[in-house]
Ligand binder design. Structure first.
Ligand code: CUK
Ligand code: CUA
Length: 764
């Protein structure tokens, strides 16, 4: 076996050294380790609660906003091990995102006024829901800076779509989904004229500036937002903030906070008190209570006006038709979080010490009775705070966001100023427990804790400051996500995780078993459109064509060669390369790049990807596979030859290798020896129920594919040998061996898998 895996020899040496080095510690007891590392019983308990042994998996998968990185960070809970970064608004080279044509097409959807925007300020990820419960199918996230929403398909964890908000200049209260993901909610933040590129002076804030809440229609079958069926509710120029959708009894409604209901305009440079003073002067702001179902009907009935080609329901219509209501909220509210049963809405006021719990039933009763305390300056009915409140609970300084437990009536609220998490009972209105975090918490998150079916167990505190928690790495500190055990009455801090990217605002976590991602694509798929890629070809169908100055390559990738291995061009040619990964085996990804042309693609099994560039400089440019995919990965390369115009060859024929008959015979013997081992592996695989294991079936398919190619290479080496062309004979015999090596590698992987997964003998 050793002779098939070339990495086996150094590996065995490495293992030997490892054993020798650790032998001295092997007698150490748990007590010894605790003493040596200065660990307490409490530390050990925390470690036992978070440690996920090698080979085991996490219970929950978290999707964290990557903040200004414009990405999403995926990690496991409770281990807090980072699993992946998802490229969303920002180019990401490993995944080829922004470096191949297919993903560029997605990034290009996010252009605003024709300009590429290659970053995003992501705040709130949201998992698609069915009846208010996470269904694990799709993920959405917003870009606060450049008002946009992205759609990620959780079948392959790839960004499929970016939509640009047609009427906002900034946003914040997205992405939040309605109970059955009918709509993805995106609320504005800083008011501005809704018309695009229209100027009004700040003096006209009250008249011409507007906020709004956009409802993006999600087409689950297509897995895309349908902008044509999406609409916006025009809102007063209060600064809309967070949103949440109703569920259960409140399904059909949504809630959006606002602050700076003062509609203050700053101007510190002109001697005016700054925004921070003018925007928090009054004691209350407004929660927007919206009947989105009714709004959708009114839009359908033609009550919307078109702004920038998009349906906007005018403020007068919403006010008159019972779509929009306002409820006062204490001082600079931030989070608005609907309880799992859909009956309550918890709001934290940044400058208030209370969490305010509003009752949906009371709000409805007031609306039914037409009981309003006033109208705002835009004619929107205002429900009295007392008529809507269920209770207010004094939690501490700077309450922000609330999440729910699996236990009834139990909620957790972040206290920004106190740097604490408060556990409290929102039915009875009392505090149950508090724990300090490090430091200044923004959002917090419990497992599926914003859904109709929270799972309890763990809480993650998303702290704004890390200060002294980690080894210093310069003035820009890592972010700190702290894991807290909430399965008992007292909360227990378990773990600090440095997050080396962005300022993550919010994170959502789903039971790992609810996610069912694929491991390969149907051969020839464009993963960004989920459709067959027009440049896809199968083995043996590869082509290179030239029309005018346009060269189009339809190539393939399979261990360990790229077809074609030479691309010949003239200076100025435009080159398009489509590459299909023919592998079926799990995790056999190939990458592709061409020296100095700033292209890169990640081509997972079955995928087809296009890269495009202009060969604008004469020279020799190697291209190669960028993933270490096999023992002969480094040989997985080719040359792009860019010739000057009118170039004529002066030399023909490649240099000889000088192989002899002896070399050929030795290779043929090597091939025969290898076949014996392959036969034994095949014997084992076919003696068990391998067909019951789809992963093994894929590996066997790939191996059979490799072995199938042997026939042609064998015929070639025998024909060359008959002509005593030992050079060609030996090289083609070596190619037979290459196919064998790859087949054997797959066979051994399949055998190991079967042995580890309890394959059973079958009768022949
Ligand atoms: S926000 Cu950052 S701490 Cu954008 Cu949800 Cu509250
Ligand atoms: Cu394919 Cu390396």
């Amino acid at each position: 076996m050793k002779k098939f895996t070339m990495r086996a020899v150094p590996l065995l040496v490495g293992v030997g050294l490892g054993l020798a080095a650790t032998a001295g510690w092997s007698a150490e007891t748990l007590q010894d380790v605790m003493k040596r590392r200065n660990l307490s019983q409490q530390d050990l308990l925390a470690a036992a609660k978070t440690y996920v042994p090698t080979g085991k998996r996490d219970e929950f998968v978290a999707f964290s906003s990557g903040g200004q990185s414009g990405q999403i960070i995926v990690y496991g809970i409770p281990s807090m091990r980072i699993l992946k970064y998802l490229a969303v608004f920002t180019p990401e080279p490993w995944q080829g995102y922004g470096f191949d044509e297919n993903s560029k097409a997605v990034l290009d959807q996010g252009k605003i006024d024709g300009k590429s925007i290659t970053w995003g300020d992501t705040h709130h990820p949201a998992i698609s829901e069915t009846q208010g419960k996470y269904d694990g199918q799709f993920l959405f996230i917003n870009d606060k800076a450049n008002p946009r929403i992205a759609v990620i398909d959780l079948r392959d964890f790839e960004t499929k779509q970016i939509v640009v908000n047609p009427v906002f200049k900034s946003e914040h209260g997205g992405a939040f989904v309605t109970s059955n993901t009918e709509y993805v909610i995106e609320a504005a933040q800083y008011p501005a004229p809704l018309e695009n590129k229209k100027f009004y002076p700040l003096e006209e804030m009250n008249e011409k500036y507007r906020g709004g809440i956009t409802y993006w229609k999600f087409d689950r079958k297509e897995g895309r937002i349908n902008p044509k069926e999406s609409f916006t509710i025009e809102a007063p120029p209060y600064w809309q903030d967070l949103s949440d959708a109703g569920k259960g009894p409140s399904d059909g409604w949504s809630f959006t906070n606002s602050f700076c209901a003062e509609r203050y305009v700053g101007g510190i440079e002109k001697g005016r008190p700054p925004y921070e003073a003018g925007c928090s002067a009054k004691d209350t702001d407004y929660m927007h209570v919206i009947n989105w179902k009714k709004a959708a009907e009114l839009v359908k009935a033609g009550k919307a006006k078109k702004i920038n080609g998009h349906d906007v329901l005018p403020l007068e219509v919403s006010a008159k038709e019972g779509v929009l209501f306002l409820v006062p909220e204490p001082k600079s509210p931030h989070g608005v979080d609907v309880s799992p049963d859909g009956k309550y809405i918890a709001v934290g006021g940044k400058l208030d010490t209370h969490a305010s719990v509003y009752s949906f039933e009371k709000i409805q009763a007031a609306i039914q009775a037409g009981k309003f305390e006033s109208k705002d300056p835009y004619g929107v009915p205002v429900i009295g705070m007392k008529d809507a409140l269920h209770t207010q609970v004094q939690l501490g300084l700077g309450p922000l966001h609330t999440q729910y437990d699996s236990k009834p009536c139990v909620a957790y609220t972040s206290l920004y100023v106190d740097s604490q998490v408060a556990k409290w009972d929102y039915c009875q209105g009392k505090v149950l427990d508090k724990i300090s975090v490090h430091y200044n918490i923004g959002h917090l998150m419990t497992m599926e804790g914003d859904s109709a079916d929270p799972k309890g167990r763990y809480l993650v505190a998303l702290n704004k400051l890390a200060i002294d928690r980690f080894v210093p790495v310069g003035p820009l500190h890592p972010q700190n996500h702290q894991l807290i055990d909430i399965s008992n009455d007292k909360m227990q801090l378990l773990y600090d995780m440095p997050l080396p990217l962005g300022e993550p605002h919010y994170v959502v976590a789903i039971e790992a078993t609810k996610l069912k991602p694929g491991v390969r694509y149907k051969v020839g798929t464009d993963s960004r459109t989920d459709k067959p890629h027009p440049g896809a070809v199968r083995a043996g169908e590869e082509t290179t064509t030239k029309k005018g100055n346009k060269i189009e390559v339809k190539g393939t990738l399979i261990r360990s060669h790229i077809t074609p291995e030479t691309i010949e061009a003239e200076v100025g040619d435009e080159i398009t390369v489509h590459l299909t990964n023919l592998e079926r085996a799990q995790d056999e990804t190939h990458g592709f790049t061409v020296s100095t042309y700033n292209v890169h693609a990640s081509i997972e099994p079955g995928k087809t990807v296009t890269v495009k560039f202009k060969a604008d400089k004469e020279g020799v440019y190697p291209y190669y596979c960028t993933e270490f995919c096999s023992a002969l990965h480094l040989e997985m390369m080719g040359y792009l030859l860019v010739k000057p115009k009118g170039w004529k060859p002066t030399k023909t024929g490649l240099a000889s290798q000088g192989y002899t008959e002896t070399d050929y015979k030795a290779t043929v013997k090597k091939v025969a020896d290898t076949q014996v081992v392959i036969d034994s592996v095949v014997g084992y695989i076919t003696s068990v129920n391998f067909k019951d294991f789809p992963d093994v079936v894929a590996m066997v398919e790939d191996a059979t594919d490799q072995l199938g190619k042997m026939k042609d290479a064998k015929a070639k080496h025998e024909a060359a040998a008959a002509k005593k062309d030992w050079e060609q004979a030996n090289l083609w015999a070596e190619q037979v061996w290459q196919y064998q090596v790859k087949a054997a590698d797959l066979g051994l992987r399949a055998k190991t898998y079967l042995e580890q997964n309890g394959a059973k003998k079958v009768a022949k």
